[in-house]
Design a protein around this ligand. Structure first.
Ligand code: GLC
Length: 553
């Protein structure tokens, strides 16, 4: 990795800024005019205020966990809930407010748990219901929240519902799945295009019919046209909410119903989501985030802004950022967030990721060019949207090569925590080999490096923390006369920030933003760019791949 001490983004300054921020910000070089001093708030108290109440998720930092790979407590080489509980303090120290646990329910693991065989229990690999209760209590005691992955479109073939349904055409659950005498259905226009494999229909010899599956053959789709299925899955939701979980990441939720009109987010699916939201709203401060089916606007998942999802993943950015940061144009990023802003109803907020369990590691996607994911992470943390980190991103984990389930395993390798045998992850043999260079990217090594990834992420998350402007503030894009500079303003009722990102990795740039009308002179909180007011314009100077976050009120 090209992690040099002459960091392209002044990350040393950023890391230092974590400590300096509380004292009133960084100082500028002796040739620059003195920076203004703005009234500083008690950011911890602000964070506590912003993170309580129903809008908490708009200010929070989420962290996606593959429990199997985070921390083993039993020595069997498999991460588990008890292990995760032990790591809560480490995650809190990083700046994490909420966890999303990938599926932890019983499953034959044909799709890493996205093939659930029992909706009301814990996979024995991961522990017991008592372990989950203990994890919830430990997280809540630290002011952290825990969301579960809810996989409602399909079950595993091993689920008791499917085992009953397949017996014959007249049993009480005969109609809970989608059966057909032919490998097709006029009511499912998408049925010839499975997400995995070559056919969406598999012959079941027991029942003597084909069943429909959008994913692997071992993941039969539930038939939501049967009201009993809709009722049963909403009961599953109540079960976990009663247990104290703080919400859900809803897997491929747009695919629940199919009709001749389409297969994603048809009106019946939207109606179900409204019911689901109604169930959550019966509890306090619970939240759900949608996994959209397709690229494009996430608006269909938000309805009026308060009646469907709290958040939906911004896949255009999650999949597109590497392309943006390969070029030297600011326009694609600006256009994207302008479109998001225009497209979403008031109160709606996307969830922003750089990586997740379905994508290659950021390290791999950028060929190890740290300045790319670091600049993308600054955008992720300061543009409107809730940042979701994927475990290990804060260490720039390298991909693995071993495959146990499928190729996505390359980005699902165990967390290296320390130099101990098993790298602090396990005292046994890990269920899958660590990624490349794991020992060199362990938390212990990264934590000791002020220029490393961990210091970078920790500083960035600390900058966002307790600053309302980055959670619910308005966005104003500031076009400059230099096409390589991304410049924007985030503003809350009493504070204003400006963010500058240089898209050109090779050359420095100076841009003028006419009509910027900044309310005050800039005080730099992060990075190596400089900003100055010139009448009603702003002048921004950005080193190659440089960045800056400034307070101007
Ligand atoms: C979602 C999950 C993915 C899984 C699929 C089927 O896209 O993110 O990992 O394979 O749904 O459940």
């Amino acid at each position: 990795m090209s992690r040099a001490s002459n960091s392209p983004m002044g990350v040393t300054a950023l890391a230092a800024g974590v400590f300096v921020l509380g004292l009133g910000g960084c100082t500028s070089s002796s040739s620059s005019p003195p920076e203004p001093v703005y009234p500083e708030k008690d950011r911890a108290a602000e964070a506590a205020r912003l993170l309580s109440g129903p809008d908490w998720y708009r200010h929070a930092v989420f962290y996606e966990v593959y429990v199997r790979s985070l921390q083993d407590s039993g020595g069997d080489g498999i991460g588990d809930l008890r292990g995760l509980a032990v790591r809560l303090d480490d995650l809190k120290a990083l700046g994490v407010d909420a966890l999303w646990l990938m599926p932890i329910m019983p499953s034959p693991l044909a799709d890493s748990g996205y093939d659930v065989s029992d909706y009301r229990a814990i996979h024995p690999d991961y522990g017991t219901m008592a372990d989950l209760d203990a994890l919830l209590a430990a997280a809540h005691a630290r002011g952290m929240r825990v969301m579960l992955d809810l996989v409602l479109n399909h079950t595993s073939v091993e689920h008791a519902w499917f085992q009953e349904s397949r017996q014959d055409r007249t049993n009480p659950r005969a109609d809970w799945y989608v059966w057909s005498d032919t490998p097709s259905s006029p009511d499912i226009p998408c049925a010839q295009v499975p997400t995995f494999g070559t056919t969406a229909w598999t012959w079941d010899a027991v029942r003597g019919q084909y069943y429909f599956h959008r994913f692997f053959p071992s993941q039969p789709d539930l038939n939501y046209w049967n009201p009993e299925v809709a009722a049963a899955t909403l009961d599953v939701v109540r079960f976990w909410l009663d247990r104290g979980v703080d919400g859900f990441r809803c897997d491929v939720i747009g695919l629940l119903y199919e009709s001749q009109a389409g297969c994603s987010m048809i009106p019946e699916t939207s109606a179900y989501i409204r019911e689901l939201r109604g169930v959550l709203d019966g509890y306090r401060d619970r939240t759900m985030v949608a996994e959209p089916t397709f690229f494009g606007s996430t608006a269909p998942y938000f309805g009026g802004g308060r009646d469907m999802f709290h958040m939906a993943f911004d896949f255009d950015f999650a999949f597109g950022w590497t392309t943006y940061f390969e070029g030297s144009a600011a326009q694609p990023v600006a256009d994207h967030f302008a479109a998001v802003q225009q497209g979403l109803p008031a109160g709606a907020q996307n969830a922003i990721q750089l990586g997740n369990h379905d994508l290659p590691r950021a390290y791999e996607r950028t060929n190890g060019i740290a300045s790319r994911w670091r600049r993308a992470a600054i955008v992720q943390a300061t543009m409107p949207g809730t940042p979701f980190l994927y475990y290990g991103e804060e260490l720039a984990l390298r991909p693995g090569t071993q495959v146990v389930v499928d190729g996505r395993d390359h980005a699902r390798t165990p967390m290296p925590w320390s130099a101990d045998p098993g790298l602090g992850f396990t005292t046994g043999q890990p269920w899958i080999a660590f990624g490349a260079d794991a020992a060199r990217t362990s938390l212990a090594v990264e934590r000791a490096d002020p220029d490393g990834e961990y210091a970078f992420y920790k500083g960035l998350l600390a900058l966002r923390r307790g600053r309302e402007a980055f959670g619910t503030g308005t966005l104003r894009l500031l076009p400059t006369d230099d096409p390589s500079i991304l410049l924007y303003v985030r503003e809350s009722p009493d504070e204003t920030y400006v963010v500058a990102v240089g898209m050109d990795e090779r050359a420095a740039h100076v841009g003028i933003a006419p009509g910027a009308n900044l309310p005050g002179d800039p005080r730099r909180l992060l990075g190596n760019a400089t900003l100055a007011r010139e009448g009603t314009s702003a002048r921004v100077t950005v080193p190659p791949a440089g960045t800056g976050v400034f307070r101007v009120r």
